[in-house]
Design a binder for this molecule. Structure first.
Ligand code: SF4
Length: 487
């Protein structure tokens, strides 16, 4: 059974695979008062362990637990944390919050908000033989029956991610001579790729990463900042769940960068994936499909309910999407915008040229034989490794690269519905067709987006927009010093 994680985070069963750099290591805190120098640890048969002092005195040490934060701070892999993921971010956690809400007065409840990704919607549409719009509306009915208060579409937050990516690229292209933020700009919406970049080539790659937040994390800002203010609630009174195509998104939501110390809450509290998955540890990870099964609900039989909208003029009543493929359309949007903004060229159609395989393609803008813009998409870790080698040798010809960890991109994410082996390709093609059936939007023309730039973000390029729509990255040290336990 294949792992639900992207290639960056897997150990086995891969044909598109980066090996882990080390075993799962968790540093153990020792009590220095028991004597200086080398600590001696005694481990009992039941797994509990004690620090033994020089005078023979012992002190029981706290039982080690591996959290998602530990996984992000470690330069190894995270596969062995699957069980942690299940307990920390799962439909069980969502259920606990919904159940707790039933036992308290309405004023004491946490407001439950669920944001559904277009990729998950397409996968479920394929499973239940529905069109994507019906799927979105029936899912809204289902989540509201469960006790959710609002259901949003992350295609709306993707508008901000795309707009900020466009502006960032133009800024970096214009300032490339003296900019510390080097070209090519590498997209950052895929947490599997970010995990790999930070852990393996942090110094080389981080200056290239786009700082624009992913659609999931922009939605986190929207819900825990703008929407919380609208509802006159503090962010911790909202429980925000996203439905995503991969398990790596759980890691993204767990990044310390997206945790509010002030309110002790995350922008996204819980990530559930689309489909049922059997994990190597023996569990069946219950996600949206599992929730439906547990409730005995057939999605196709539910009445539809319109999606909620985050703002008065927003168009999220029906699901929307963007041009440029199932991973968000970063390359296409940035390419069109840059061609117009930098060279006054209006692009009617973006033409892709396949390189080594269909997951490594390039797009160019040329004038009189001169290449003005040179963009590429690199999906899957074989192509990512190739890209990294080019960067290492200083021979990367691109201005911008859309990088995704999964071969074929997000519609093929590890949390999506899988068909029995031979039918996987056909299923993916079907999901791609369903995904492309949804009405696409141009981010600049979405009235709700412009309204929010004005009233919430205080304008494009403002400090507020920078704080809520961008993030930063951190190289992870390879060496683990001090006393460590190998799991
Ligand atoms: Fe997740 Fe998409 Fe990245 Fe795959 S390509 S790990 S689905 S964000």
């Amino acid at each position: 059974m294949a792992s639900p994680f992207s290639g960056a985070l897997q150990l086995t069963d891969l044909d598109d695979f980066i090996g882990p750099s080390q075993d799962c290591i968790k540093p153990v805190k020792v009590d220095k008062r028991l004597g200086s120098g080398v600590a001696k640890i005694h481990i009992e048969d039941d797994g509990s362990y004690f620090q033994v002092g020089h005078d023979g005195g012992t002190r029981k040490l706290e039982k080690a637990k591996i959290s998602l934060d530990d996984c992000l701070a470690c330069s190894g892999c995270v596969t062995s944390a699957e069980t942690v993921l299940i307990t920390q971010q799962s439909h069980e956690e969502l259920r606990k919050v919904l159940d707790a809400n039933k036992t308290v007065a309405p004023g004491q409840q946490r407001l439950v908000v669920i944001s559904v990704s277009p990729q998950s919607r397409a996968s479920l549409a394929a499973r239940f033989q529905l069109n994507p719009t019906d799927t979105a509306r029936k899912l809204t009915t289902f989540f509201k029956k469960l006790g959710a208060h609002y259901v949003f579409d992350t295609a709306f937050s993707r508008n901000f991610s795309l707009l900020e990516s466009q502006r960032e690229f133009v800024r970096r292209f214009r300032g490339q001579a003296d900019s510390k933020q080097a070209l090519p700009v590498l997209t950052s919406a895929c947490p599997g790729w970010i995990c790999y970049a930070e852990k393996t080539h942090g110094t080389l790659l981080i200056p290239h990463l786009s700082t624009a937040r992913s659609p999931q994390q922009v939605m986190g800002s929207l819900v825990k900042d703008f929407f919380a203010q609208q509802q006159r609630l503090t962010p911790d009174k909202i429980y925000h769940v996203t439905v995503m195509p991969c398990y790596d998104k759980k890691l993204e939501a767990s990044r310390p960068d997206f945790f509010s110390q002030e309110h002790q809450t995350r922008d996204v509290d819980c990530v559930v994936t689309t489909a049922e998955e059997h994990l190597r540890c023996g569990f069946i990870a219950g996600e949206v499909f599992k929730l439906l099964q547990e409730e005995g609900v057939l999605l196709s039989e539910l009445e539809p309910t319109p999606l909620d909208s985050l703002c008065s003029s927003g168009s999220a009543q029906e699901p929307t999407s963007h041009q440029g493929g199932g991973s968000g359309g970063y390359l296409e949007h940035v390419f069109r915008h840059a061609a117009q903004e930098l060279f006054g060229v209006h692009i009617t159609e973006v033409t892709y040229r396949p390189l080594r395989n269909k997951d490594f393609q390039e797009v160019t803008l040329e004038r009189e034989g001169q290449v003005l813009l040179h963009f590429a998409m690199a999906y899957g870790f074989r192509n990512i490794q190739n890209l990294v080698q080019k960067l290492k040798r200083g021979r990367c010809p691109y201005h911008y690269v859309e990088v995704m960890a999964c071969p074929a991109g997000c519609l093929n994410g590890g949390g999506q519905l899988k068909a029995p082996d031979t039918a996987d390709k056909e299923l993916l093609q079907h999901v791609e067709r369903l995904y492309s059936m949804v009405r696409t939007e141009v981010p600049e023309d979405v009235p709700g987006v412009q309204e929010l730039y004005k009233c919430w973000l205080q304008g494009e390029g403002s400090e507020q927009a920078g704080r809520l729509l961008h993030t930063s990255y951190h190289a992870v040290e390879k060496a683990t010093s001090g006393l460590s336990i190998r799991w």
